[in-house]
Structure formats: structure tokens, C-alpha cells
Design a binder for this molecule. Structure first.
Ligand code: DGJ
Length: 735
């Protein structure tokens, strides 16, 4: 029989007969504006067909009549929904059965779509290995209004023995275009989310993290793929993905000999073999997809809308203006100093005071970063009245109170490390390698998870007036290993750690749904939708220098909205970069995110104090537009020229805020001219310059009325030519 098939196949090739495959049915995933199609062929293989703008005509006819060439091994030249090992592509699934067979061959079983609610539908495509009772569910959650499709994989082991998973991705996307341009994000501490676009060439490009924690500090798990041309803001086809996972990840982009691009993304298989017991099921993290045929601006707006609704705590609530103590005092404070800061915060119109690192530890007082971490009892010498006393004090001043924690970590010089050395992540008897003088607690261990939840409980219950937690994590994992996991499950460490962390987040969130939690990991080291959904915002970077922040916020806001982007005004010269910048420039940059201050308020006196107080009030007026509006990027800081500009437009296009920055000297006679976007052509808008120095506006168009059409077609010009000039404009509809 086998011989016969082979002869028939060879004769097709030899005769030069065109060999084709046809589909007999198809599956569609759809949002208001997008479709994804999969074909089911006669032999029950499920193949990927299409992802893009929603087809309005009867696509069924087209899909069913499309014919595909066969490869030389008889398989159609359209990729399967989830490529497995056994083929020559980079597999999305690679596993070994108890009998040693290490290939997988998946076939269609059934599919089913349910409407979760008016906006969300869920489709499960169930596949089974041809020879083994091993099931793979490819699951899609379609968010209609936001045009987002979340994809993940579930695997069920129906065998009588353990299955060893060497690699299991969350998603696979094949594209067949003339050329592909990948935008990815890179950087390091204080320089997160730098953007890089490159044309993909034959071979494989990968982006990945292997640090367990701080995974997005150097490379983010979000990317965009522009088809046929480099990405533009308002034109061109872009596919984008972001993995909702805070641990090690890997995305590969393989350009094959047929000119097809195969994107496989999910948990990094690095040192992560998973043993799945008989009858057990595992679920992989979600890949959050979107697509735009009109540039990357729409990609960002899709993510922002979706994030505010589905991947951010309290995404529909206005964020307070924060004063964070870190750069103002570092570890050097006492009760008197903190109270003075709270008083000043109230005077500045600030709404939330956050006491950062250094408030705990008695046997080993946390006076620097070398000891005390893990001992979450208030330092009696520094703060004799306790945290509750300070929170109540702030409350009396009309301000909310927040506190810093780093619950996943421990200094070896701490009571916690003395009591529970077995809780520390370590590889057998190997020496511990410290980072920032600290170790990581083993979150695969349920006792450690309980400890963290109980500690959170203790801290929060010390006063009803604690309403904000800054949750930090300042080191990566090296020499991984767990005293809790058995020897044969040590390779589960990387995945179990993050699942342990998510379980902690989940318990904390369920118990304290109203508390504000900031996601911080030495700045933007944990910037992903997996963690963000338990938090209200992210501390985008420890670098508060406005020039650096223009780039960091630009990259961050490609995927994550301004409402979730902590952006603080700090002192000049900047502590991280030593750069000098005017207070106006610092505010103009920070006001494009969730505004805060990160300094000793007493350091601002005279005119600076007046300016800062006014700017805080101004921000309160514009923040509904910044926090809930649509982002339109007008000038990229990466373009030649030394300018950057962007704007936020509220949903009914009645109000907008424009930010423009210069960061090069442009010569005496050059000025910035640019077109606005996202407005209603027919509406009339009054333009008001904000954050002015003194009463006089330096902008000729201040207080003038323009139509949306003029602003978007003719544009405006501003005298933004000195090295650090900046402008903020408010546009308000005039009826
Ligand atoms: C790193 C954070 O990013 C900073 O904002 C600050 O909280 C320090 N840790 C405190 O140790």
C-alpha cells in the first residue's frame, strides 16, 4: 500500500502534473473589523488561511475554491494551524511519548464557538494526534469592538504514561508576502523599550528572555510585523503580537525557502521540559494579536482600548497624581521627614503619596539595599508610629497613601533568610550569585506563596488608609533550582515560578479588588499583559530624565496605554543621566503619561513651585483625554530631525491634547511644522497653550479657532527650535 502511494506521488512529480489540495470546510474567527480563517481539508488537517481585514463578501466560496500546491512530500504548501515536530519547520509543539516517539501529527476533531458576552466570543479547535490519545486545543478569544484576538493552547495527555514536552508555543502565524519588517524592543535598565525595525532575511531571527524575572528589561515580548514595506503610522499592513507572560519567552521569525514567514511564540523552551502526567491538562499563556491595514497607529489604539478594558485593573478609573519618595529621600528618612513630604504633597495638589524602599527591618534595618529585605515589619527607629500612623496622617491631609514592597526577594542578611534558607532559589549546593545583594524566593513553593499573600495582608491591614502598593522586583534569576520541586521536575522551575506568582497576584487581587497596585521591576522589567492585568499601572523606567523618557514612553505606548504609564517629574540635574532640563520640559514630557513627581518637594521653591502647582492642576484637567483618549503619534523621535510630537483625542473628538518636543538645536531659522490627526474635520477647535512660563503665550495660535480640517491638512507651526523647547496644546470644540 505504502509503495503504491509512493509510486503515484512520484508519477505526479515526474509527469509534471500540478498537484493540489482542497479544503472542505472552514473555521472563522472574527471581530468587528478582522477575520482569521482556517481550512479543514478532506484528510482532516487544519490549515491557516488568512488573518486581516474582515471580508464582507461570502468568503466561504473563495476559501473552499482556493487550491494549494503540494510540497514534494505530498503536504500542501499552506501551513498547519499548529506546526509540530516531524516537519522541517521550527515546531510550535515538540514532545516525546513514553515509547520514545518524538514526532506529533495533529488532526481535526471538532470546533465550537460560544459567545462569552456581547463583545467576546471563544472558539476552541480541538485536534488529536493520529496515533496517540494526545489532544491539543487551539483556543481563540475574539474581542469584537477592540479588534483583538487572544490565542492560546491547551494540551491534554490522555495516554497512560508521562509525556515529555520539550517545547509548546502559544501561537503560530504564517505570512506569505513580498517582504517583512520586524519591529522589536530592546534596551536595559534605565533604557527600556527602545525600538528597532529591521527587514527579515532568509533564516531565523529570534527575540527571547531567559532571566525568569526582569524579562522585559532588555527585550520585550511584543512585536510588530509590517508586510511589504517598513511600518508607517497611518498606512500599511501591520500584524502585531504580545505575549501575556512574565517569564522566559521566545519568538522566532523564520523566513523559509518559499518566501513564507513563520512566527512561533510562547514560553521559552530553554531548560523547561515539562512532564505531563496521564490525564493532566496544561494551558499556555495568551498571545494577544491584532492587525491593521492603516498603519501602526491603529495597532496601538486597538491594544490601548483592549488593555483598559481587559488587561488592566480599574482601566476605566482616573489615575491620581502621585508623589513617590524614592528620588527625594532614597533610604534616608524618618517620620518627621515623611510627614513634611506629605504636607508638601498636599500643598502641590498631589493626590497620592507613596513611601518607597527603606521603611522596614529592625534586626537588620533597611538603611541601604544590602540588608533587611524580607523582614516586613516597620522599622521602629525610623517610623515609631508605624505605617498606619503615616497613612492616617496622609488621609487627614486629604491625600491617599501607598507603600513599596518587594515580596519575591530576600537579602541573605535578613531574619527571613535565617529562618527559611530553604525558600531561596538555588541550584543544589552551588554558591548563590547575588544581584543587588539579594536572592529570589522560590515561588514554586506554596508555603512561599502563602507567606507573600499573608505579608501583603499584614501590610494592607495596618490601616484602612493604605490604598496603593508599589510592587517591585529588582533582580533576575540565575542558577535556577528549587528545594521544593522534586529532582525530576526541576525543569518545571521557570514555568512554575511564574504560575506561582500569578496565583499570588490572583489571591491578592481577589481579596483587595480596590487597591491600586503598581507593577515595577527595576522600572519596566515586567512590562507584559500577563502581569499587567493584576495591576493598575507600570513604572515605565527608573530613568526619569525627560529626554530618555521621550523614547521610553514612545516605545512603551506602542502597546501599553498612557493611563498605565507611570511618568514622574524629578529634580534637575537628573540623578540617572546628570542632564539638566527645565521644569517645564520635565512636566511637558511626564504629562503625556500618568503624571507623578519623584523628588523632595522642598527643592522646588519660588517660580518653580508655582509652575509645578499649576502644572499639576492643568494635568487634572487634561488627564481624562490622556488616560482614556486615542493616541495619535505625529512625529517619531526616531525620525531624523530631533523633534517628537503626539496627541490624545477623546472618544467623541471634542477635546484633544498635543505634545511637541525638541531635543536638538535646529539652527536659528528652523521651526517645527506638523499636521495633527484624529480630529473631526468638520469640528471647530479652540487652541490653548498649556504649561506656559508666565502669563504670555509664546505661540501665535494661542486662543485662536481652527477647523479640524485645517489642523489635519494644513497643520500648525511652532517655534520649537531650541534644544529643549516644548509645547503642550489643548484643543476644545467650539460650537
Ligand atoms: C527599583 C525601583 O524601580 C525604584 O523606583 C525604587 O523603588 C527602588 N527599586 C527601590 O529599591
Amino acid at each position: 500500500m505504502r509503495k503504491c502511494v509512493l509510486i503515484t506521488f512520484l508519477s505526479f512529480i515526474l509527469c509534471g502534473v500540478e498537484v493540489c489540495a482542497k479544503s472542505i470546510d472552514f473555521i472563522t474567527i472574527e471581530t468587528a473589523g478582522l477575520n482569521m480563517f482556517f481550512a479543514i481539508s478532506e484528510n482532516k488537517k487544519v490549515s491557516f488561511l488568512y488573518f486581516g481585514d474582515r471580508l464582507v463578501s461570502d468568503s466561504r466560496t473563495t476559501v473552499l475554491n482556493k487550491e494549494y500546491k503540494l510540497r514534494r512530500d505530498g503536504r500542501p504548501l499552506i501551513p498547519e494551524i499548529f506546526p509540530t515536530s516531524g516537519d522541517f519547520l521550527d515546531p510550535a509543539l515538540q514532545l516525546t511519548h513514553a515509547d520514545g516517539v518524538f514526532t506529533t501529527d495533529l488532526y481535526y476533531v471538532e470546533h465550537n464557538t460560544i459567545n462569552v458576552d456581547d463583545n467576546v466570543s471563544e472558539t476552541i479547535i480541538r485536534l488529536k494526534d493520529k496515533l496517540y490519545p494526545l489532544f491539543v486545543n487551539v483556543v481563540f478569544k475574539a474581542y469584537k469592538k477592540e479588534n483583538i484576538i487572544a490565542q492560546y493552547i491547551e494540551l491534554e495527555n490522555g495516554e497512560n504514561d508521562i509525556v515529555k514536552i520539550e517545547k509548546i508555543a502559544s501561537a503560530y502565524l504564517p505570512l506569505h508576502r513580498k517582504s517583512y519588517y520586524l519591529t522589536h524592543f530592546y534596551g536595559g535598565w534605565g533604557a527600556e523599550m527602545k525600538m528597532k525595525e529591521e527587514r527579515l532575511t532568509p533564516g531565523t531571527k529570534s527575540i527571547e528572555a531567559r532571566t525568569g524575572i526582569l524579562t522585559t528589561e532588555s527585550v520585550n515580548s511584543s512585536f510588530m510585523l509590517s508586510a511589504d514595506a517598513p511600518a508607517q503610522e497611518g498606512t500599511g499592513e501591520i500584524y502585531a503580537g504580545s505575549l501575556a507572560w512574565s517569564g522566559n519567552y521566545k519568538m522566532t521569525f523564520e523566513l523559509d525557502k518559499y518566501g513564507m514567514l513563520h512566527m512561533v511564540g510562547g514560553i521559552n523552551p530553554y531548560a523547561s521540559m515539562l512532564l505531563i502526567e496521564p490525564g493532566k491538562k496544561i494551558k499556555m499563556p495568551e498571545m494577544i494579536w491584532t492587525y491593521s491595514s492603516c498603519g501602526r497607529g491603529q495597532i496601538s489604539r486597538n491594544y490601548h482600548d483592549w488593555c483598559r478594558k481587559y488587561a488592566l485593573a480599574h482601566g476605566n478609573e482616573i489615575r491620581p497624581v502621585v508623589l513617590n519618595s524614592w528620588e527625594g529621600t532614597y533610604f534616608k528618612f524618618d517620620e518627621k521627614k515623611v510627614k513634611r513630604m506629605i504636607d508638601a504633597a498636599a500643598d502641590f495638589g498631589i493626590e497620592m503619596f507613596v513611601l518607597d524602599d527603606g521603611w522596614f527591618g529592625n534586626k537588620y534595618p533597611r538603611d541601604d539595599d544590602r540588608c533587611g529585605l524580607g523582614d516586613w515589619q516597620v522599622n521602629k527607629k525610623k517610623l515609631p508610629g508605624g505605617i498606619g500612623h503615616l497613612a492616617d496622617y496622609a488621609h487627614k491631609k486629604g491625600i491617599k497613601f501607598g507603600i513599596w514592597v518587594e515580596l519575591e526577594m530576600v537579602n541573605p542578611k535578613s531574619e527571613l533568610a535565617e529562618k527559611h534558607p530553604e525558600w531561596i532559589v538555588r541550584s543544589g549546593n552551588r554558591e548563590l550569585l547575588l544581584v543587588r545583594s539579594q536572592c529570589v524566593l522560590d515561588l514554586t513553593n506554596p508555603e512561599v506563596q502563602d507567606f507573600i499573600v499573608e505579608t501583603f495582608d499584614d501590610i494592607v491591614s495596618s490601616s484602612p488608609n493604605i490604598s496603593y502598593i508599589k510592587w517591585d522586583s529588582n533582580r533576575f534569576i540565575n542558577r535556577a533550582g528549587s528545594e521544593y520541586l522534586p529532582a525530576d521536575k526541576q525543569s518545571h522551575f521557570w514555568v512554575d515560578y511564574i504560575n506561582g506568582l500569578y496565583s499570588v497576584y490572583d489571591r491578592v487581587r481577589k481579596k483587595y479588588p480596590h487597591i491600586t497596585i503598581q507593577l515595577c521591576s527595576s522600572g519596566g522589567g515586567r512590562l507584559d499583559f500577563g502581569a499587567l492585568k493584576y495591576h493598575d499601572e507600570v513604572w515605565a523606567s527608573d530613568n526619569t530624565n525627560p529626554l530618555s523618557r521621550i523614547f521610553i514612553q514612545y516605545g512603551t505606548n506602542m502597546f501599553f496605554p498612557a493611563i498605565a504609564t507611570g511618568a514622574h517629574v524629578s529634580i534637575s540635574p537628573n540623578h540617572q543621566t546628570k542632564m539638566h532640563a527645565s521644569l517645564k520640559y520635565r512636566f511637558d514630557v511626564a504629562m503625556a503619561g500618568r503624571l507623578g513627581m519623584e523628588l523632595q518637594p522642598e527643592d522646588l521653591q519660588g517660580d518653580e513651585r508655582i509652575f509645578a502647582k499649576n502644572a499639576v492642576e492643568t494635568y487634572k484637567q487634561i488627564r481624562p483625554i490622556v488616560q482614556f483618549g486615542d493616541l495619535y503619534r505625529l512625529i517619531s523621535p526616531y525620525d531624523e530631525g530631533g523633534w517628537a510630537a503626539s496627541m490624545y483625542v477623546d472618544k467623541d473628538k471634542k477635546n484633544a491634547v498635543v505634545f511637541a518636543y525638541s531635543f536638538e538645536f535646529h539652527g536659528r531659522d528652523r521651526f517645527l511644522e506638523f499636521k495633527l490627526d484624529g480630529l473631526d474635520e468638520k469640528k471647530k477647535y479652540k487652541l490653548t497653550e498649556l504649561n506656559r512660563i508666565g502669563k504670555k503665550s509664546s505661540f501665535w495660535g494661542n486662543d485662536k479657532i481652527f477647523t479640524g480640517e485645517e489642523l489635519m491638512k494644513m497643520g500648525i507651526n511652532v517655534n520649537d527650535s531650541a534644544m529643549f523647547d516644548s509645547f503642550v496644546f489643548m484643543l476644545t470644540e467650539v460650537i
